[in-house]
Design a protein around this ligand. Structure first.
Ligand SMILES: [Zn+2]
Length: 78
């Protein structure tokens, strides 16, 4: 599972989860996806896609422990 940023022809950006790069390309070519803001199906993959297999720059804070760190005081819990 990987999240890519998609941009429609009206410059609306949104994230969508794909099985991988090939799945992303296939769905873009098949136009199975639509912009949630305007419904456009003219989508391109954004340049801000995260690195595959990396966690260098998430868009939102997440606990570095994948299944929760067990620290009750962790602000990122949940
Ligand atoms: Zn749009």
């Amino acid at each position: 599972m990987i999240s890519y940023t998609l941009i429609c022809d009206k410059d609306h950006e949104f994230a969508h989860h794909f099985d991988g790069y090939d799945d992303c390309q296939a769905q873009l070519q098949a136009k199975t996806l639509a912009c949630p803001t305007c419904g456009s199906k003219d989508l391109v993959k954004g340049l801000s896609a995260p690195n595959v297999g990396g966690q260098s720059a998430p868009d939102f804070p997440t606990c570095p422990a994948a299944s929760g760190c067990g620290n009750g005081a962790c602000a990122m819990k949940g």
